[in-house]
Write a protein that binds this ligand. Structure first.
Ligand code: NAP
Length: 243
């Protein structure tokens, strides 16, 4: 897909990987919808300064009605929804025996149900357009599991299931659906980890450095620009997981 003038919706994109993805698409000339629980004016202004349209939509992707509003506002403002990046996500890390029911439910509700909600609403518009690209943020943890992340790894493995099923259901109408599995990327989500955990993660990365949000954004662009790849997962992890 040629991204110039297209509409790109990125959830959870006021910071971190989502914001880097939003900027990467804006640099290709796409109009951007930033969604988050809070959308600071600075984020919108930074994208607008790149010469493209940008709106912010405050909404919780885990809420079915609010998530529909994101897609409605994107269509009202820019006339189409061409790319959806399901990026919003949370962690509530804890060992299984200490994990509260709420820690499990919150992570599944936002990471997995949020992806379902957004994919369902966006695909309605994309099916009519007979064009679209859906890109889901999974995680290497969804492939290999992780101590203290049972809830998170379950949600991210579920995102891969959504990706492959949506790819099969929507492919006939020219809509692709792919997933990115980032490893250990420098964002507010990982900044809070202890130095010991950070060192242990770095030791597992053959390329020897933590990833940057921009590394992940390049994979998102690759998926959106290539109309003949669907149902795939690309790890962006410095070699942490080799399949
Ligand atoms: P981040 O810095 O925490 O950013 C996530 C954004 O999503 C935050 O702004 C957050 O807002 C927002 N958000 C949370 N719940 C939401 C909801 N219900 N509706 C809308 N927005 C919501 O995280 P990140 O590191 O950039 O991660 C982005 C994605 O990549 C996530 O799906 C994450 O699981 C995945 N990922 C990250 C890594 C990594 O190493 N960083 C590795 C693998 C996968 P609040 O601040 O209000 O919570």
């Amino acid at each position: 897909m040629d991204l110039k003038g297209k509409t790109v919706v990125v959830t959870g994109s006021s910071r971190g990987i989502g914001f880097a993805i939003a900027k990467a698409f804006a640099a290709k000339g796409a109009n951007i919808v930033i969604n988050d629980i809070l959308v600071p004016d600075e984020a919108i202004n930074e994208i607008k300064a790149m010469g493209v349209g940008c709106i912010g939509v405050v909404a919780d992707v885990s809420d079915f009605v609010q998530s529909e509003e994101i897609i409605k506002k994107a269509k009202e403002e820019f006339g189409s929804v061409d790319v959806l990046v399901n990026n919003a996500g949370i962690t509530r890390d804890c060992l299984l025996l200490r994990m509260k029911e709420k820690d499990f439910d919150d992570v599944i509700r936002i990471n997995l149900k949020g992806t379902f909600n957004m994919t369902k609403h966006a695909s309605k518009v994309m099916l009519k357009q007979r064009r679209g690209a859906i890109i889901n943020l999974s995680s290497v943890v969804g492939l290999m599991g992780n101590v203290g992340q049972l809830n998170y790894s379950a949600s991210k493995a579920g995102v891969l299931g959504i990706t492959k099923s949506a790819a099969r259901e929507l492919g006939g109408r020219g809509i692709t659906c792919n997933a990115i599995a980032p490893g250990f990327i420098k964002t507010p989500m990982t900044d809070v980890l202890s130095d010991d955990v950070k060192s242990a993660m770095l030791a597992q990365i053959p390329l020897g450095r933590q990833g940057l949000p921009e590394d992940v954004a390049k994979v998102a662009l690759f998926f959106a620009e290539n109309d003949y790849i669907t149902g795939q997962v690309v790890n962006c992890d410095g070699g942490m997981v080799m399949q």
